[in-house]
Write a protein that binds this ligand. Sequence first.
Ligand code: SF4
Ligand code: SF4
Length: 403
Amino acid sequence: MTAQVDVELYGELQKFGAADVSACFSCGTCTASCPLVTEDATFPRRMIRYAQVGLRDKLLSSKELWTCYACGECSETCPTQAEPSEFMAAARRYAIGSYDRTGLARTMYTRPVLGTAIAVFLAAFFAIFMAAGHGGQATGSLDLFGFVPEDLVHTTGIVVMVIVALAGLAGIVTMARQIGRAEGVGWRTVVGSRAAVGRSLGALWEAIGVESLGQRRYREDCDADKAAGDADQAAVPIYRRRWLLHAVTMWGFLGLLGATILDYGLALAGIKATGTPVPIWYPVRLLGTLAGLMLVYGTSVLILDRFRRANRSVAHSTPADWTLLALLWITGGTGFALEVALYLPGAPAWGYWVFLFHVAVAMELVLLAPFMKLAHVLYRPVALFFYALARTPELPDRQGGTR
Ligand code: SF4
Ligand code: SF4
């Protein structure tokens, strides 16, 4: 099949924040210096070349876009300051915009003022919507769901989750089909036989368990602190390492999501009502507290590092970076304030309003997930699955795709 040339591609990528890579003369130094390049995944030079010659489909079907962890090492070594690391980040934003058919992701990325206005509007909308149905404020002890009715929160949450699931699934299917075609991996390769299913499950574990949750290659190979030029200085302490900050932010977010779902599960099972004070060691409370601590710690240091431009990987920040960090930090911070309010004697009135704000921002964060930087949580594991599959020996049903 002949590859289509899209003469608009380079200009499009620049709208998503790609640096001017016209200075790139394909020397390959960036690829040679990237700690994550393997025989099965070579980048970023090849990705830049696709952009320069307008090979849109090749770019969007490259699993390599998502195997990059933005350490900045390649930009450090590029002789022409073509910023290949920034190019990779912009290409991922472009990919998120392309996988989403609603156009919202594209707006969020390419029109920052409108994108910020949408984020503010959504938070205000959820807050006003919840406030419109609010009840009284009990003064004996904090009765959060007496203030914002549980049914209202529950139903709104389900609607939000359904929208996110549909948008996320549509994007994942689009991406998987594109990469699958390029890699010559079809359904038969993935589930066509017992051996294929076993291989696919192994690749899935590698993609989700080892790489995404365990951050193995980010931790072991992609050392952003080294890329920052700290190799000759005192070692960056473990609690400041990029991979750990990224990991605790992700674990914190997933932990809070899990604690919220479990809390509802306990209420449905009649074990405990949602939002009621329980001892700090209560398992769901403990999970929520630890996850909240991780989220607030991770996002706080990541925000500070971006302000200080602490290393090469955070030398350039886009409005999308700030919006995501702000929403994550507010969700974690207000969650903690709420926990304090629950254990204070009496029922502080501010606790009710913090609850309203917390629910509104958390709903917005989840709703916007497929349309902003958080979408990498959906897309990276898909690319890593194909990457793991490509490294698995002998895929007998491969359909003759190109590498
Ligand atoms: S981005 Fe820089 S290092 Fe990479 S191929 Fe182009 S000129 Fe060479
Ligand atoms: S930013 Fe790091 S991981 Fe990404 S291409 Fe450059 S060197 Fe490789």
